[in-house]
Write a protein that binds this ligand. Structure first.
Ligand SMILES: [Fe+2]
Ligand SMILES: [Fe+2]
Length: 126
């Protein structure tokens, strides 16, 4: 993973690495594999987000409202394009090739980084 996306909280970095690996796998997938990999990416994202949400709940993170809302928006959008792609594959392709990376990069840099800093300030390593 690109170094500026690395947060220094190992378990979060690991989820982000897995996401990026899955994304590049979908980007180079055949039409046959596309929908099942897209579904796998949704499943992975659900687990990734609920993992972070459990950390925020456990440590009573001050900005969890905003972070939960961002998760719900990102996941809702991903699901929307997946549903659209069932009828019109080009919608799914465009999301995967042109939007998904930037959306996640922005989330990691602007939102996940706050959580990572909060944990590091408290010497919590996960
Ligand atoms: Fe994350
Ligand atoms: Fe997050």
């Amino acid at each position: 993973m690109n170094n500026d996306l690395r947060l220094g909280i190992d378990s979060m970095d690991e989820k982000h690495d897995e996401f990026l690996a899955l994304l590049s796998q979908i980007q180079s997938s055949s039409a046959d594999e596309f929908m099942s990999l897209f579904e796998e990416m949704i499943q992975h994202t659900k687990e990734h987000f609920s993992y972070e949400e459990s950390i925020m709940n456990e440590h009573n993170f001050y900005a969890k409202g905003e972070h939960f809302e961002e998760h719900s928006n990102l996941l809702g959008e991903m699901q929307y394009f997946y549903d659209k792609a069932k009828k019109t594959p080009a919608f799914g392709k465009s999301y995967i090739n042109d939007y998904a990376y930037e959306k996640f990069q922005r989330h990691i840099i602007n939102i996940d980084s706050q959580l990572a800093m909060f944990l590091k300030e408290r010497d919590i390593s996960l």
